[in-house]
Design a protein around this ligand. Structure first.
Ligand SMILES: C[C@@]1(CC(=O)O)c2cc3[nH]c(cc4nc(cc5[nH]c(cc(n2)[C@H]1CCC(=O)O)[C@@](C)(CC(=O)O)[C@@H]5CCC(=O)O)C(CC(=O)O)=C4CCC(=O)O)c(CCC(=O)O)c3CC(=O)O
Ligand SMILES: NC(=O)C1=CN([C@@H]2O[C@H](COP(=O)(O)OP(=O)(O)OC[C@H]3O[C@@H](n4cnc5c(N)ncnc54)[C@H](O)[C@@H]3O)[C@@H](O)[C@H]2O)C=CC1
Length: 344
């Protein structure tokens, strides 16, 4: 019998804390993976190919719950004591809760009705954010207070417009998904918030953070890429500074690179459409993303994409350079080792 402990080394930021134990008994490899639930799910993906061919993998969550239901290939479930009895032991890594933050989401408002009250500079920024997300925007604000940008949106029919102050009946339309106020009248702001609250309409009241169901953040946009920075109300101007610093670090055409990855993923789904292919598809796509740099994706063209997809069946992941030199896919099956070695 031979014992082997292998921990992930390829991408330590992602895999720290994951341990894979392999044991060879009667000529057959038995493996168990120790780590938290998230890592176990990743581990199950990593080892999908291996398990299907060479390993019998047993996975446990840190609470001892069997992970079999989560494992794409239905790994054999067993008892936690088997892990505890594992000669190398393990330290499950449980993410620490850091309360006081916001739940950052990418809200899909496409085609939904959003009411903006106010037509000044802050409203102009809100309207742009909404139009960028394909929302149907209604603006309510007296004409004399309109900012030039808001006037432009109205003139070009990019928004629906009512030339008057807010009235409570403006909230009667059940199609209203969200309300944003940016007015220079604190009493009006609080009244609108109260009404939205009663009607369960999520609202952002620009001048009153405690009366916001959600805050805006500083957003970097490049095609499909959006990066939002929030300081949770502490320093909005700093949010903009951090956003600019992050954007400076990115390759110029990273938005295009992301579009291309989107195409690659769609084409991959055509090459491997079956639901059972899901784990292999995700594993291969993850490996490509880890092996290639952002700059590689920026440089990838249609022909590279086609050649790359030719490697999917074998599970191989060529570098961009290899693709461009015309390397052919290997015919041998992918061993599933994903950068760590289990001595199989
Ligand atoms: C809580 C929040 C609620 C919300 O608006 O959703 C909020 C609240 C308030 N902002 C105020 C002031 C300023 N806000 C900005 C700029 C931005 N403010 C944004 C978001 C947020 N602002 C939310 C928290 C987000 C976070 O903390 O991360 C950004 C990120 C996004 C956006 O607005 O789209 C956008 C930068 C976008 C970019 O440039 O990329 C500037 C700078 C400038 O205009 O250049 C100033 C002046 C300088 C200063 O005061 O710091 C005031 C005081 C008003 C007063 O004193 O009267 C309040 C109310 C209060 O704090 O009480
Ligand atoms: N959250 C944020 O990022 C920021 C918030 N603010 C706050 O946002 C608010 C708006 O700021 P600005 O756009 O610079 O002001 P602004 O004075 O340029 O615009 C206010 C707009 O609200 C309209 N308005 C006033 N009362 C109204 C009502 N009852 N119904 C409909 N429209 C009405 C005015 O006609 C005008 O178009 C201010 O209270 C300001 O303190 C200011 C800077 C940043």
């Amino acid at each position: 019998m031979r014992l082997q402990h292998a921990s992930a080394s390829k991408a330590p930021d992602r895999w720290t804390g994951l341990a894979v134990y392999g044991m060879q008994a009667a000529g057959r490899w038995q493996g168990c993976v120790a780590g938290d639930r998230r890592r176990l799910r990743q581990a199950c993906l990593i080892d999908a190919a291996t398990a299907a061919t060479k390993m019998s993998l047993t996975a446990f969550s840190s609470s001892g719950t069997s992970m079999s239901s989560k494992c794409p290939l239905g790994f054999k479930a067993d008892r936690k004591s088997d892990v505890e009895g594992c000669p190398l032991g393990f330290e499950p890594e449980i993410p620490e809760v850091q309360g006081g933050g916001s739940l950052i989401l990418a809200w899909q408002v496409k085609g939904r009705k959003v009411l903006v009250v106010g037509g000044g500079e802050v409203a102009a920024g809100r309207i742009l954010n909404l139009l960028n997300a394909d929302a149907k925007v209604t603006v309510i604000s007296p004409r004399e207070g309109l900012n030039r940008e808001v006037e432009y949106r109205i003139e070009h029919n990019q928004v629906e417009y009512f030339d008057r102050v807010f009235e409570p009946s403006d909230l009667d339309d059940p199609a209203i998904t969200m309300v944003l106020t940016a007015v220079d009248d604190p009493a009006a702001s609080s009244q609108i918030y109260q009404l939205c609250h009663e009607k369960h309409i999520p609202a952002n009241i620009a001048d009153v953070p405690p009366e916001c169901d959600f805050y805006f953040g500083s957003v970097h946009r490049d095609g499909p890429l959006q990066i939002m920075v929030s300081t949770n109300g502490k320093g909005p101007r700093l949010a903009a500074m951090v956003r600019k610093r992050i954007a400076e670090q990115l390759p110029d055409n990273v938005g295009d690179a992301i579009k291309k990855v989107g195409q690659l993923r769609m084409r991959l789904r055509k090459v491997a459409p079956d639901i059972e292919q899901g784990p292999k598809r995700m594993l291969w796509m993850s490996r490509v993303c880890e092996a290639w740099t952002l700059e590689d994706f920026c440089a990838m063209d249609e022909a590279d994409m086609d050649s790359l997809l030719d490697f999917y069946d074998s599970g191989g992941v060529p570098s961009l350079g290899q693709l461009q030199q015309g390397d052919e896919p290997h015919t041998t099956a992918f061993d599933g080792s994903f950068g760590f070695h289990c001595g199989i």
